[in-house]
Design a protein around this ligand. Structure first.
Ligand code: 5GP
Ligand code: ZN
Length: 128
């Protein structure tokens, strides 16, 4: 059964204390820019670039490694969704950066895998 307000199709692999699961379930607001059957893309609340969107699978996986192990097809769908966001944001030509912070030491703060799509300004290397 879908809980009230859930975005269909509801995935049973949700965690009620996970911020991004709650956004996927429609329990918390987000500025959604792209949706697929298994992924959702919404603007980061604290943008680090003119375009800063996070793309998440609807199903809960802790990080990129866990997702790749559990469901490689879903990992691919996440990358396709990231590409679609880059296209709709108009940053394909100028270039954009995809980031999966993995582990607290790398800056991961939400342990529901998400792909940051960053663009609209020059990107430096190495990253901070
Ligand atoms: P991480 O640090 O785990 O790689 O990325 C988590 C991201 O989620 C951060 O960039 C942070 O700004 C964003 N974030 C945290 N809470 C919210 C929220 O409630 N809504 C949205 N849209 N983004 C959030
Ligand atoms: Zn989650």
């Amino acid at each position: 059964m879908c809980p009230p307000g859930a975005r269909a199709p509801y995935d049973a692999r949700v965690s009620t204390d996970c911020l991004f699961c709650r956004i996927v379930a429609g329990e918390l607001p987000a500025q959604v820019v792209h949706e697929t059957p298994h992924a959702l893309a919404f603007r980061d609340i604290n943008p680090q670039a003119p375009t800063h969107v996070v793309v998440v699978p609807r199903a809960h996986h802790a990080d990129a490694g866990a997702l790749a192990e559990a469901d490689p097809a879903l990992a691919g769908e996440l990358l396709r969704a990231a590409r679609a966001v880059a296209e709709s944001e108009g940053i394909v030509e100028s270039g954009y950066r995809l980031v999966f912070n993995t582990g607290a030491g790398a800056g991961q703060t939400v342990f529901h895998v998400h792909c940051h799509v960053l663009g609209g300004r020059p990107m430096t290397w190495p990253p901070g």
